[in-house]
Design a protein around this ligand. Structure first.
Ligand code: GLA
Length: 632
């Protein structure tokens, strides 16, 4: 069994010699924004993918027919531009030169002379339609179709080496081919080749595939080699930059929330899957939604959380299930999820195209501020999600997770608006308006999501709380030293496993990560008995980067959170502007009342918030940047 590699612990590094410390201490401010910005995803990418529509039974004819409908229906003009070919396009990796060959029986335009194949005519077609082209690969030697399915059409053919169509050992060669030569604009890199081929696997034992000692256990972060997996994915980014000098590419990491990718995906790729594959079932949609909903600080322009493709049109989201289909779409838009249609559009009824083309919902997803929604009210029954739009208005989703009717009260506090002035809601489904003061009760049908934009008087008239701008707040170092599974994710029955085995356990790392308006472990922020409804909760030994959009002052009330259990170390809170120290607290102990930190940040582009203990902590205590805000 492999050991989990620990993320760097600041305290441990403090013991190192001074010159080494300066180079490696991750809490030393850099004055830079470190989350991923290499590709072309200032906004969440939108498009269509072959997987949920056709699985491996994909062909040029089906893809181009879908692309044509995307254009003709007006969906392309509304932003759906990436047309992705998922698993199933390959024939083999030619030997001995390793060049990938395309299955020309299904992609006839790829056939060249002398046995050569090229996707260039295909990507040229898509580009001529005003679209972008996406391709699929795997970080290991073999793909998910090969590893997890016994009989599927379009499996790679030939010898063991010829069937090794994944990137492993061929990163530079394949990325050059796909991007420089074939003209693709997006790559989705799956991870089954480093997951499912231990020496004991029957297909390895029978000689069908080479063994790959697993680096990933999707059910256990502890059984995964986080550093090794991350290193493999970083190498792909290096190649992508090499062969895309114009940076017009999308790097889609598909590691299903495993190997703690919910913590590091934001630093390595444009979009990163946070959970297992979605299925067209309500319960599995909840699972995928929950895998992003408490990760608002881990998504930013350039690097988005990906709860997987849309399944609108099928199963629990088919045209007979309007409430469910609308909820699925609304939730993905509130979370700034990539919007990839997964449906055979040749069969799409008009109502479905109308839903996918709903300009108001798309605008939520594509709002330029890039703030993923924050959970303003959380329960297993009803959730209220609020996101701050570039206009300064809010979008609010009131989501009934249950199969029964429910009631919900929306308060001015949820919106961070004052309760004694009018709040105007615009219903994004109905186009109707509502006005209220203080609070308003709503009736929700089973599985319904009410969706509004909200205009009111901000509680903080002179600025913005950091928790209102998660897209501009990056926990560069969140203080997690030992990744733990997140327990709050709905555990629906995995369709491909049913109730075989002993059930689903909490999985995916991320528990203890930085949170808007709460502690890293999902509690209300509280310091020395004083509760705070707004702020940033993180662990000690963390460094949080904040983009400053022209504000003059940073202000917060800092302290060790009352939920701290270790309590052995004092914490010093420091604020930096463009790398220079601008203010800090004295070392603060558990039980000390909050102290104000008010710092001039005029002209600074990046503010860094560092909370540090004098020596290492195995399990750092939660700290609170209560009421953290940027003021004009
Ligand atoms: C994995 C991915 C899916 C899809 C399939 C293809 O399961 O998570 O999205 O790409 O592989 O085999």
């Amino acid at each position: 069994m492999r050991r989990t590699s620990l993320r760097l612990c600041a305290g441990a590094l403090l013991a190192a010699s001074a010159p080494a410390l300066a180079q490696t201490d991750p809490l030393v401010p850099t004055g830079r924004w470190s989350a991923y910005q290499d590709g072309a995803t200032t906004l969440p990418p939108m498009g269509w993918s072959s997987w949920n529509a056709f699985y491996e039974d994909v062909s040029e004819e089906k893809v181009l027919a879908s692309a044509k409908i995307i254009v003709d229906s007006g969906l392309a003009a509304k932003g759906y531009r990436y047309i992705d070919v998922d698993d199933g396009w390959w024939l083999k990796r030619r030997q001995p030169d390793g060049r990938m060959l395309i299955r020309t029986a299904t992609f006839p335009s790829a056939a060249g002379t002398g046995g050569e194949t090229s996707f260039k005519p295909f990507t040229d077609r898509l580009h001529a339609m005003g679209l972008k082209a996406g391709i699929y690969s795997d970080i290991g030697r073999n793909t998910c179709g090969q590893v997890f399915t016994s009989i599927m059409p379009n499996m790679p053919e030939g010898s063991v080496l010829e069937r090794e169509v994944g990137l492993y050992g061929h990163v530079d060669q394949d990325i050059a081919l796909y991007f420089r030569d074939w003209g693709f604009d997006l790559i989705k890199v799956d991870g089954c080749g480093v997951r499912g081929l231990p020496a004991s696997e029957p297909r390895v034992r029978s000689g069908q595939y080479r063994a790959f000692p697993p680096l990933v256990d999707v059910e256990s972060v502890g059984h995964s080699d986080i550093a090794a997996v991350r290193g493999l994915y970083e190498a792909v980014d290096t190649a992508l930059k090499r062969y895309n000098p114009d940076k017009d590419f999308v790097y889609s990491i598909c590691l299903w929330g495993a190997a703690d990718v919910r913590a590091w995906g934001k630093d390595v790729g444009s979009i990163s899957r946070t959970s297992e594959d979605i299925s067209p079932s309500w319960s599995r949609m909840l699972h995928n939604f929950d895998s992003v909903s408490r990760r608002a600080l881990y998504a930013h322009p350039g690097s988005w959380n990906d709860p997987d493709m849309l399944f609108i049109g099928t199963g629990d989201f088919d045209p007979q299930h309007q409430a469910e289909a609308q909820s699925h779409f609304a939730l993905w838009a509130m979370e700034n999820a990539p919007l990839f249609i997964g449906y055979d559009l040749r069969k799409a009824p008009k109502a479905m195209l109308d839903l996918l083309g709903n300009a108001r919902i798309i605008a939520l997803d594509q709002d330029p501020a890039g703030n993923q929604a924050v959970l303003a009210y959380d329960s297993d029954d009803v959730q209220i999600l609020v996101k701050t739009l570039a206009s300064g208005d809010k979008a609010v989703a009131i989501f009934n997770r249950t199969a029964a009717a429910a009631e919900a009260v929306l308060t001015a506090d949820h919106l961070k608006f004052t309760g004694d002035a009018d709040i105007a809601l615009d219903d994004l489904w109905q186009g109707t308006g509502i006005r209220f003061r203080g609070e308003r009760k709503f009736a929700l049908a089973p599985h319904q999501t009410l969706l509004f934009t909200a205009h009111g008087t901000r509680t903080l008239a002179t600025g913005m709380y950091l928790s209102e701008q998660p897209g501009s707040v990056n926990p560069a170092v969140d203080g997690v030293t030992v990744p733990e599974h997140e327990p709050l994710i709905h555990r629906g029955i995995l369709p491909w496993r049913g109730t075989r085995g002993d059930g689903d356990h909490p999985r995916y790392g991320g528990w203890g990560g930085a949170q808007p308006d709460g502690t890293p472990y999902g509690e209300t922020l509280q310091v020395a008995g004083r509760r705070f409804t707004t702020g940033i909760g993180a662990l000690a030994n963390s460094r949080i980067e904040v983009r400053n959009h022209g504000f003059a002052t940073f202000s917060a009330l800092v302290g060790v959170d009352d939920s701290a259990r270790d309590r052995s170390q004092p914490v010093r809170f420091a604020v930096y502007a463009d790398g220079r120290l601008r203010g800090q607290s004295a070392p603060m102990r558990f039980g000390d009342p909050v102290v104000p930190l008010r710092v001039d940040v005029r002209g600074a582009k990046i503010i860094e918030l560092v909370a540090r203990t004098p020596s290492a902590m195995r399990f750092p205590d939660p700290v609170s940047w209560s009421e953290a805000a940027l003021l004009r």
